[in-house]
Each structure stands twice: as C-alpha cells, then as structure tokens.
Design a protein around this ligand. Sequence first.
Ligand code: FES
Length: 125
Amino acid sequence: MSATLEETTLETVQGLVAVCRTGDLEPGWGEAAWLEGTQVAVYRTEDDEFFAASHHCPGSGAKVMARGILGDKSIAGARVPTIACPLHKEVYRLDTGDCLSGAAPALPVHPVRLHQGMLWLEAAQ
Ligand code: FES
C-alpha cells in the first residue's frame, strides 16, 4: 500500500507515525503496539475515545498496560478516562498519566491523532 501525500506529510513534517487502523481496536479494550522499537499500549474506550500510553507499568516495569482495565472516574465534576494495571490495580488517568490510587510514578502517555481511519502517535525524539 502506498502512502498518500497527506500521510507522507504527517510522517515527515509533523513527525507522526501510523500505529494501526482505528477499526482494529475493539471498544473497551487495549492492544500493544510498536512505536519505533518501543512498546506502547493503545486504547479505544466504549465512547470511541482513543488514547495511548507506555505498555510498561510505572510501578514495576512489567509490560502489561495494554491488558489493563479501562474505566473512568469523576474528578471535579468531569469524567476522566482511566486505565488500571492488571497486576496490582494502580489506576492512572489516560489524559495525563497521573496515578489516582497511590504514590506510583505517572504513566507516560502519548498524544493521539486520528486521520483517515488511522491512529497516529508522535515519533520518539
Ligand atoms: S505491576 Fe502495575 S501496579 Fe504493580
């Protein structure tokens, strides 16, 4: 498959990498993916919101975050999407990566762009 001019521009000018088709992600679940040699977790919520984070749990380094449990919490009256680590259940905000359930370090999160049915992430610096 050849890249369109728009896709080529996204890659070369904006430094974005196509990770997967949005339709490949099942609502309410995450999947592990490669981002230039690094494992990332990409998520599609039941509300069709898309997020990306490190696949490594910040607490232990275990490569498990794509198998975490998607949910949400109400914070200051706003609904915030969350991911719970499947091992020890620390809960992280998917928008900022902040840990909501303890003093664990933040989960690194990646800004997501959607374009022509693809999910794009910023290339590693
Ligand atoms: S391994 Fe993720 S919270 Fe312990």
